[in-house]
Write a protein that binds this ligand. Structure first.
Ligand SMILES: [Zn+2]
Length: 336
């Protein structure tokens, strides 16, 4: 299989083309922007500091119990970002962890240890298993969302993350928290979206994209995890913040930093997750159906940006997955 000699996108990736040097169209486009990336990072970091100043000056923070709701998976990236929010940006944090029934035991103990060590208030949210099981099984069997989403993540991941994002936003609105923090890797979401005020009309549309197909599967119960009409009437919508886009990124440095607060790398997850035991199965299903790995876009972005070596990225994507992990998730989903 032909693979871009600069990043790691394969010829099976939708819409890809290669020049005579075997470099893909995405790398060729990126070449023009590369120079600007360092400046962009500085600019966005400053933009975040300005936003915090603005919230402090308008007295918005002092009236509230928390500055930021952190979507905390217990994985390495969200652990690192949460520690930055606490120690570097001095924010008052409410951490929310979504239990999809597949959190690795090591990740669960990481969640407890890290929230204790950082001294952070924390909520676990676990939807009913029957609801999640139906969604995961349907997501493994059919396409639920627009084709573009398949280039970015597996249908199982998109379903889970769709619920996580709307739930975190819903809790933030209800608890009057002005910021929602995510640990998206620098390859998952572009820097332009790293500080983004939620906009009710856009939000209404993006919620429907996930909510409607899920309602087909589990009925109106799904509405418990999504915004209701009353939430849209809220006058102040929270900002979504994902600092990995502008912070220094190096996997080894991140791992060293979070080990200092008690985080331990799980040994039972696949090479692209440090918390979820469903991921290996979700990846396998996607790879078999579409011919490319659901993480390849994210990892290729990081390789291209210089956040990860090509060798490391290649290993993450093109190493065969452990069948045991895939079968474990399949068994759990099939058992009543
Ligand atoms: Zn490329």
């Amino acid at each position: 299989m032909k693979i871009c000699s600069n990043c790691i996108l394969p010829e099976t990736f939708p819409g890809i083309s290669f020049n005579t040097h075997g470099i893909c169209n995405h790398c060729q486009e990126f070449d023009n922007k590369k120079e600007r990336l360092a400046d962009e990072k500085k600019r966005y970091r400053q933009k975040f500091l300005n936003l915090l100043d603005q919230l402090i000056q308008s007295d918005q923070l002092s009236k509230r119990s928390y500055d930021i709701l952190m979507a905390y998976s217990g994985g390495k990236d969200s652990t690192y970002i949460m520690s930055l929010f606490k120690n570097q940006y001095k924010l008052r944090i409410l951490a929310v962890s979504f239990d999809n029934g597949f959190i690795s035991d090591t990740a669960l103990s990481n969640i407890k240890k890290v929230t204790n060590r950082l001294d952070i208030d924390h909520i676990f949210f676990k939807p009913r298993w029957e609801v999640l099981r139906k969604i995961f099984i349907a997501a493994a069997e059919k396409e639920l969302y627009p084709p573009k989403t398949l280039e970015r993540a597996s249908t199982i991941c998109t379903s889970c993350m769709g619920i996580v994002k709307s739930l975190c936003l819903k809790i933030a609105i209800e608890m009057d928290i002005p910021l929602v923090g995510y640990g998206w890797s620098p390859g998952q979401a572009p820097i332009q979206s790293s500080i983004m005020k939620n906009n009710p009309s856009l939000l209404r549309m993006s919620q429907q994209v996930i909510l409607n197909p899920l309602r087909e599967i589990v009925g109106d119960e799904i509405k418990a995890y999504f915004l209701h009409e009353k939430h849209y009437l809220n006058h102040e919508f929270p900002y979504n913040i994902h600092p990995m886009a502008w912070e220094f990124y190096d996997e080894d440095v991140i791992l060293k930093e979070i080990q200092k607060i008690g985080w331990i790398a799980p040994t039972d997850t696949d090479s692209n997750s440090t918390n979820c035991l469903l991921n290996a199965f979700a990846n396998r299903v996607h790879l078999q159906k579409y011919g490319f790995h659901p993480y390849v876009w994210e990892i290729a972005n990081m390789v291209r940006r210089g956040d990860m070596s090509r060798e490391n990225g290649y290993t993450k994507i093109y190493t065969n997955q452990d069948n045991k992990q895939v079968e474990y998730a399949r068994r759990i989903l099939e058992s009543q």
